[in-house]
Design a protein around this ligand. Structure first.
Ligand code: PLP
Length: 379
């Protein structure tokens, strides 16, 4: 099956009982056991639910994995994946990862004795140099949030394999439509399914996917033990969102390309960050490992211009956190999504106070361009 067909017919999206083409929502906490036996297929809703299982089989298939696990948020998925490791284990983490991942590492996981080194994963020598005898994994995002930096997944996975480490990739920005880290050698993919996979800004969800049976067993144990599972209702909504991922991504990317071209040639714009920019540092790697460049664009206005006035002048594009929904969303990371990172670290990582991040939605492109033009006229 090709990818767009898998989105619709992959996993077990049809109800095995009735043949209903849309999987029912099994809203049950427990399941009647017709005979006393150890390990029936369905026993308790945290351990397994048929609606969640349908979503998980679909997610595994579209990421090229053998097992997937659905969680109540992307953060819960990431927490559960880090729970594979034990006190004293060392993990290399990319320097431009989601702010909430930084918070989880620095203010929570370190208390349990996990050790971390933050490295720019674009720099393969720096990654190799950071490996210690107790290093167990490399954790990265590509493209990153909000700078859209690109790291070479295949090269990093090769380094990891040579040193017996696991490679974990947060694939939220690219989605499996554009990038499949497991095929490039990664061991685990995590998602904030809240974003493109859900796609409609109406749920919070997370996924972890693997193609390694040992990791799958451990994740199944941790998902059930920690218990941050996705509800049957949200599992249904997420699989519903995934079915249109292909058409949505094509339309998102078409709009994004037009907006990139507009911003790039705009005299009021100082800098544009977009993986599809042939002048960008990551372009060649992005072209090699991605089938499209996504629909996230970050940019900076000329120094003298008022960023706040610009974002507040927009009428169609919503000033809001999050991304990947049908509606265009704009935000200022320094004040909003990345405010939890100390300013000097933020600036050191290249996130200026004036940086603007745009998640290009599915509105009519002329309305989006007019909205941007209107805001540029105000400054
Ligand atoms: C939003 C996001 C997360 C966190 O996911 P939640 O669903 O909000 O918990 C993790 N990684 C990236 C790249 C994100 O954008």
């Amino acid at each position: 099956m090709n990818f767009n067909t898998e989105l619709i017919h992959g996993g077990s999206s049809e109800d095995p009982q009735t043949g209903a083409v849309s999987i029912p929502i099994y809203r049950a906490s427990t399941f009647h056991q017709h005979a006393l036996s150890a390990g029936p297929k369905w026993e308790y809703g945290r351990s397994g639910n048929p609606t969640r299982a349908a979503l998980e089989s679909l997610a595994a298939q579209i990421e090229g994995g053998t097992a997937a696990f659905a969680f109540a948020s992307g953060s819960a998925a990431i927490h559960t994946v880090f729970s594979l490791f034990s006190a004293g284990d060392h993990i290399i983490v990319g320097n431009d990862v989601y702010g909430g991942t930084f918070r989880l590492i620095n203010q929570f996981l370190k208390r349990f004795g996990l050790l971390f080194t933050v490295v720019d994963t674009r720099d393969l020598t720096a990654v190799t140099d950071a490996i210690q005898p107790n290093t167990k994994a490399i954790y990265l995002e590509t493209p990153t949030n909000p700078l859209l930096n690109i790291s070479d997944i295949k090269a990093l996975a090769q380094i990891a394999k040579a040193h017996g480490l696991r490679t974990i990739v947060d694939n939220t920005f690219a989605t499996p439509y554009n990038q499949q880290p497991l095929a490039l050698g990664a061991d685990i993919v995590v998602h904030s399914a809240t974003k493109y996979l859900g796609g409609h800004s109406d749920l919070i969800a997370g996924l972890a996917i693997t193609n390694d049976d040992q990791i799958a067993k451990q994740l199944a144990f941790l998902q059930n033990s920690i218990g941050a599972v996705l509800s049957p209702d949200d599992s249904w909504l997420l699989q519903r969102g995934i079915k249109t991922l292909g058409v949505r991504m094509r339309a998102h990317e078409e709009n994004a390309r037009t907006i990139f071209t507009y911003l790039k040639s705009n005299a009021k714009v100082a800098k544009v960050y977009y993986p599809g920019d042939p002048d960008s540092a990551g372009y060649d790697i992005a072209k090699k490992q991605m089938t499209g460049f996504g629909a996230m664009i970050s940019f900076e206005l000329n120094k003298s211009l008022d960023t706040q006035k610009f974002v507040e002048s927009l009428k169609i594009i919503d000033l809001a956190e999050s991304l990947g929904g049908i509606e265009s969303l704009i935000e200022v990371p320094a004040v909003m999504t990345h405010a939890a990172i100390p300013r000097e670290i933020r600036i050191q990582n290249g996130i200026q106070d004036e940086l603007i991040r745009l998640s290009v939605g599915l509105e009519d492109i002329d309305d989006l361009l007019n909205d941007l033009k209107g805001a540029f006229d105000q400054i």
